[in-house]
Design a protein around this ligand. Structure first.
Ligand SMILES: [Zn+2]
Ligand SMILES: [Zn+2]
Ligand SMILES: [Zn+2]
Length: 148
């Protein structure tokens, strides 16, 4: 199993000061297909790194979002979730979130209409606000098949 250090080698050039928490969080998120909240991340790291604090986890997550390593998005219940951005199993995708059980469906089999709409929306927003759109997070929330 690749340890946290492989990320230092891979991303070291981009982020100047690596700490255990940064490596541990990237390593954790890169190995899971789950969309984890800061508290869940904290809970799984705490076992391995008892010195880590929740505040550190929050701060590190913010930093990693800004550095572009992970995605942050807020699901229906208002809780932020994080996921690793690249890698084979994490292609660009959109989310369907169940507000009852918290299940998150990733999908990347976009409809043509969907792609067109997103592209068009980005173009219009870019012009309207003179804003350079670099990406987007799209999430639909509702009730899943099981919870219906
Ligand atoms: Zn998209
Ligand atoms: Zn559900
Ligand atoms: Zn996702």
């Amino acid at each position: 199993m690749p340890g946290p250090h492989k990320w230092r080698r891979r991303f070291g050039a981009h982020v100047s000061r690596w700490t255990v928490s940064r490596e541990a969080i990237i390593d954790l998120l890169s190995r899971t297909s789950k969309h984890m909240s800061a508290k869940e991340i904290y809970a799984s790291l705490y076992k391995m790194y008892p010195g880590i604090g929740l505040t550190t986890v929050y701060r590190t997550l913010d930093l990693l979002v800004r550095a572009g390593f992970i995605n942050k998005f807020t699901i229906g219940d208002g809780q932020s979730r994080y996921e690793f951005k690249s890698g084979k199993k994490k292609e660009h995708h959109h989310h369907l979130t169940c507000i009852k059980c918290g299940k998150i469906i990733d999908y990347s089999d976009f409809m043509d209409e969907e792609l067109e709409l997103v592209k068009k929306t980005e173009d219009i927003l870019a012009k309207k606000h003179n804003f350079n759109v670099l990406g987007h997070n799209i999430e639909f929330y509702g009730i899943c098949e099981k919870c219906k």
